[in-house]
Design a protein around this ligand. Structure first.
Ligand SMILES: [Zn+2]
Length: 240
């Protein structure tokens, strides 16, 4: 076990109010592309750049194009939780971890067994009729064609925070509370480039800030433990 991972193991053993804040890097090891990496969604060929397609304006103006992209690129039904997801669920079960705060929309933390998951950017597993608010699941969206419509005729909108849209207030408040009360905050698989999500880190007042990310992040200098390795690999070495 490398020295850094050993230090993480010590923190896990010593503390029981740990919060995890994660991003796309947590899911890439499960086969979900990172929007912002070189080989990620943002660099795939499409008629429009993904950040345009995934905006509120585009959704309203060209829903047909939006849903074509959404079904093709966002609704991945083959991804499975990796060692990081599974270990975080185990840590929660062991009473060590109080919350997972994620920027991902893929449901992998819940699939791994985590109960307290704060999804800052929503989830592709929740979709609602814009007219009557009826709920539709992942499979319904995956099987749909064109612009998916509710029985009432309304368009079914994914419960995913699009560009130009605000984050859910209750989710933010819960995330702020969890971070501000945590003894240990583990930031993992995120370059902390996306605001306002990344700004939540400022609420941490605890004892140890851990950053696990393959590439440098703006918070590396604040971390008292920095591990620049794939997150699944790191968590696979941790024991509850
Ligand atoms: Zn409806």
């Amino acid at each position: 076990m490398a020295g850094e991972v050993e230090k993480l193991q010590e923190l896990v053993e010593k503390y029981d109010n740990i919060v995890f804040f994660g991003g796309a890097g947590v899911s890439t090891e499960s086969g979900i592309p990172d929007f912002r990496s070189q080989d990620g969604l943002y660099h795939q060929k499409y008629d429009y750049p993904p950040e345009t397609i995934l905006s509120h304006t585009f959704f309203m103006r060209k829903p047909e194009e939006f849903f074509k992209f959404y079904r093709d690129k966002m609704l991945c039904d083959t991804a499975k939780p990796n060692a990081a997801h599974l270990k975080l669920a185990e840590l929660e079960q062991a009473g060590k971890l109080k919350a997972v705060i994620t920027q991902n929309i893929d449901n992998l933390h819940q699939m791994a067994g985590s109960k307290k998951v704060l999804e800052l950017h929503g989830s592709v597993h929740r979709n609602y009729c814009m007219k009557c608010h009826r709920f539709y699941g992942f499979a319904h969206m995956k099987a749909s064609t064109g612009v998916p419509r509710c029985e009432c005729g309304g368009i079914i909108k994914p419960d995913v925070v699009l560009y130009e849209e605000g984050l859910d207030n209750q989710t933010i408040n819960e995330a702020v509370k969890a971070i501000s009360e945590a003894q240990v905050l583990i930031i993992g698989g995120t370059s902390l480039a996306v605001y306002p999500a990344a700004g939540l880190i400022d609420y941490f007042r605890g004892e140890h800030l851990v950053v696990i990310n393959k590439s440098p992040t703006p918070r590396d200098s604040y971390a008292d433990l920095l591990i620049q390795e794939p997150i699944g690999q790191v968590f696979s070495q941790i024991h509850c």
